[in-house]
Design a binder for this molecule. Structure first.
Ligand code: PEP
Length: 251
């Protein structure tokens, strides 16, 4: 399965930064400086909502897709400050992250709400990237697999056909990562849950790893079985780092 490297810019950026970063990615994926000419993976950047259109315009026709970081479960209406999935699509997005741990923590998003957002994203023609992952206390308490299974069952609607991102909360932005054995074990567990819930279709879904991925650890992480790519936060803000992670893909 071709891997996906998705950048989550979070609440960072400006018009100038988005244009510069998008142009750098466009140039690197067009002139062959990435991986000796052939892109070995799919690339996606997810800027904050105000920069989706400018990034999509800059990357139009390139190998780099654009996504949102969240969407509302409703198609439109009185939801001040929110953005609908169709609005992201209208701006040129093809994907949307839902259920990121920062949304779950900062906005109290439940699995039920995440599931409704997934349904809305799909209805608008977006590919949802659904984030799951345990806290450090849950891992230390031996609950990581049960927590992740519960999030998957609660967040994925019937017939789910998007992407899952495993992001241990304690690894996000900390410079810490699980051991390769722990990543492999959790991805195998997620695959089993997906197949149990979705049948054979669950075997073909990408499961991304996220949490302090950088060029120096990407090759080892991307080589693990059932790792279908990476969701990258901090390192996605620097073109050379993001491209360095893309170069580490196994193809
Ligand atoms: C993220 O927020 O999705 C993430 C993985 O962040 P970082 O790469 O900075 O740990």
């Amino acid at each position: 399965m071709r891997q996906l490297i998705a950048g989550n810019w979070k609440m960072n950026g400006s018009l100038a930064m988005a244009t510069g970063l998008a142009n750098a990615l466009r140039a690197a994926t067009t002139d062959g400086t990435l991986a000796g000419g052939a892109l070995a993976c799919d690339l996606l950047v997810c800027p904050p909502a105000n920069l989706v259109a400018v990034a999509a315009q800059a990357l139009l026709g390139s190998a780099v897709a654009v996504g949102g970081q969240d969407c509302h479960a409703k198609a439109s209406g009185a939801h001040t400050g929110d953005i609908a999935a169709a609005m992201l699509r209208d701006c040129g997005a093809t994907h949307v992250i839902v259920g990121h741990s920062e949304r779950r923590a900062d906005h109290g998003e439940s699995d039920v709400q995440v599931c409704a957002k997934v349904v809305a994203a799909v209805a608008a023609g977006l590919v949802p990237i659904v984030c799951v992952g345990e806290t450090e206390a849950q891992r230390l308490g031996g609950q990581a697999e049960a927590v992740v299974a519960g999030q998957l069952v609660g967040s994925l609607p019937e017939g789910f056909a998007g992407v899952v991102a495993y992001e241990p909360v304690w690894a996000i932005g900390t410079g810490r990562t699980p051991t390769e054995a722990d990543v492999a074990a959790m991805h195998a567990h997620i695959r089993a849950v997906l197949v149990g819930r979705l049948g054979p279709a669950g075997a073909g879904l990408r499961i991304l790893y996220g949490g302090s991925v950088k060029p120096s650890n990407a090759a080892a992480l991307m080589a693990l079985p059932e790792v279908g790519g990476a969701l990258v936060g901090g390192a996605s803000l620097v073109a050379e780092d993001f491209l360095g992670i893309a170069r580490a893909c196994r193809g």
